[in-house]
Write a protein that binds this ligand. Structure first.
Ligand SMILES: [Zn+2]
Length: 110
């Protein structure tokens, strides 16, 4: 427990107090609650990004064997190949995406 001065009336109060006993200025909970919400929001956002990145990664990963199967079956000129080629390009992008996310997660925890 430490003593801090109230930002409203400058009275010496405990940092454990929820509000200043003199002027009822909220001390602890206001800032703590904001911080928790911020962390949860960041986690949720990162989770969504991770899901997108992983979906891209697997789409790209599966495009290669699919491409060779289609080429082997004589569909080499079809639009499927064009589509799968795009997915194949997505693969390195998704790897970079995942790496950036990993750095962001590390950054938030540091
Ligand atoms: Zn006060």
């Amino acid at each position: 427990m430490a003593l801090i001065s109230c930002p409203e009336c400058n009275a010496e109060i405990s940092n454990q107090a929820n509000a200043c006993p003199k002027c009822a200025y909220p001390i602890k909970n206001s800032s703590a609650k904001v911080k928790v919400t911020e962390v949860q929001f960041t986690k949720k956002k990162l989770k969504i990004h991770r899901t997108i990145a992983l979906t891209m990664f697997y789409l790209g990963l599966f495009s290669l064997p699919l491409m060779s199967i289609l080429e082997g079956n004589g569909y080499g000129d079809s639009y499927f190949i064009l589509l799968l080629s795009i997915l194949w390009i997505i693969l390195p992008i998704s790897i970079i995406y995942l790496l950036i996310l990993r750095i962001l997660i590390w950054w938030n925890h540091a």
